[in-house]
Design a binder for this molecule. Structure first.
Ligand code: NAD
Ligand code: DAU
Length: 351
């Protein structure tokens, strides 16, 4: 049985991970430490909240004292570190929070784990959840990112994640901390904050608003269903070698415009509007420093740990679209308040 500290568990992937883990490992204790920024919502874990194995701590990963109390009080032996500022567009509008949480917050968490775990003889594991964005942009036709691809981050977000990856690596090399790093491609699925491409497209379509597509829409991302990411993290936590990096991806490259059209066409069938939803697609100014293509080579995960994605894109996107159709109240609550300010700054109009 493990005592797991999950940071950022009230966000999109963290909440999916906690729900996934509770089902698969009901005897493990889970402490979810989350600062509840605009992206965090404890409602995502309403079904879990009353379980005796689960505890929520409203805390910041920069708060060393809070972390020390959790490590000691809960005898934490495993960390799964999701907490981050995660949205590239917000990092362009205001990078400070990204440096504070992603860099200094990760550093503080590493220090707290090191102090609590001593000589690391207790079988501890520190899994750092990172992103394919640290590798920068791929040319069309170039081989997908492997774990040895050079780092070349292009946004304040990806640069801050790259810095955190380097710190995690250094704590293994210098202090022998049993760390694991995963670099994953774009996730999609339930509970994703509605400012990211897929939920934004679904909601703006249904609400009759412009569907903003950056640049020419031919930018490529590699999409993975969030449950497959959770399964990948579980696989690395259980079988990964300390100090190693594992790339997790969907082997599922799509141009943005094709995903947007696919969603519009499916919504035309599920909830038809007055006109085809594609008519709402609006090409807008490109994101500064926009990486043209990401693609993950998940060969190491396959060869060493036997992992591959279980969900195909057709079923994953269908479940996702239906989830957003069934959870409009959740979306409204997530978009109240601060989201309106962000949307005005980013797209120049009310959400
Ligand atoms: P998210 O923005 O939905 O959630 C982030 C969570 O972290 C929120 O609950 C927020 O309240 C919390 N948080 C933020 N700052 C904090 C702080 N200082 N202390 C404690 N909690 C804090 O993000 P997500 O999409 O779920 O991403 C989770 C992790 O996975 C991130 O590290 C991200 O870089 C990584 N990742 C995301 C994707 C993706 O497609 N979403 C892909 C690869 C990797
Ligand atoms: O690749 C992994 C990364 O995926 C994670 O590390 C990040 O945390 C996560 O947010 C995501 O980053 P992206 O920038 O790729 O995701 P986003 O949903 O913001 O954008 C996906 C693509 O769609 C990207 O090429 C930009 C484009 N886009 C996005 C928005 C919000 C648009 O064309 N229009 C939009 O309005």
């Amino acid at each position: 049985m493990r005592n797991i500290l999950i940071t950022g568990g009230a966000g999109f992937i963290g909440a999916n991970f906690i729900r996934y883990w509770v089902d698969r490992h009901p005897g493990d204790r889970m402490v979810n430490l989350d600062a509840l920024t605009y992206a965090g919502n404890p409602e995502n874990l309403a079904a879990i909240d009353t379980l005796p194995v689960y505890r929520f701590v409203h805390g910041d990963i920069n708060d060393r004292q809070c972390l020390e109390e959790v490590f000691a009080g809960e005898a934490i032996d495993t960390v799964v570190h999701f907490a981050a500022e995660s949205h590239v567009d917000r990092s362009i509008l205001g990078p400070d929070a990204f440096i504070r949480t992603n860099v200094h917050g990760t550093f503080t968490l590493l220090e707290a784990a090191k102090a609590a775990w001593g000589d690391f003889a207790g079988g501890q594991r520190f899994l750092h959840v990172s992103t394919d964005e640290v590798y920068g942009s791929l040319e069309a036709g170039a081989p997908a990112f492997t774990e040895t691809h050079a780092y070349a981050p292009n946004s304040p977000y990806s640069a801050s994640k790259a810095a955190s990856d380097h710190l995690v690596r250094a704590y293994h090399r210098t202090y022998g901390m049993p760390v694991l790093t995963t670099n994953c491609s774009n996730n999609y699925g339930p509970y994703q904050f509605p400012e990211k491409l897929i939920p934004l497209t679904i909601l703006n379509a249904l609400e009759g608003k412009p569907i903003p597509v950056y640049g020419d829409g031919r930018t490529i991302r590699d999409w993975l269903y969030v449950e497959d990411h959770c399964n990948g993290i579980e696989t690395v936590l259980e079988g990964g070698r300390p100090g190693e990096v594992y790339n997790i991806g969907g082997i599922n490259e799509w141009q943005n415009i094709d995903i947007v059209h696919l969603i519009c066409d499916r919504l035309d069938e599920l909830q038809p509007g007055a006109a085809p939803y594609r008519e709402q697609v609006t090409f807008v100014t490109d994101r500064p420093g926009h990486d043209r293509r990401y693609a993950i080579d998940a060969g190491k995960m396959q060869r060493e740990l036997g992992w591959s994605p279980r969900h195909d894109f057709a079923s994953g996107i269908e479940q996702t679209i239906r989830w957003y159709l069934d959870n409009r109240d959740w979306c409204d609550r997530m978009r109240s308040g601060e989201y309106q300010n962000y949307y005005r700054k980013q797209y120049g109009r009310q959400a």
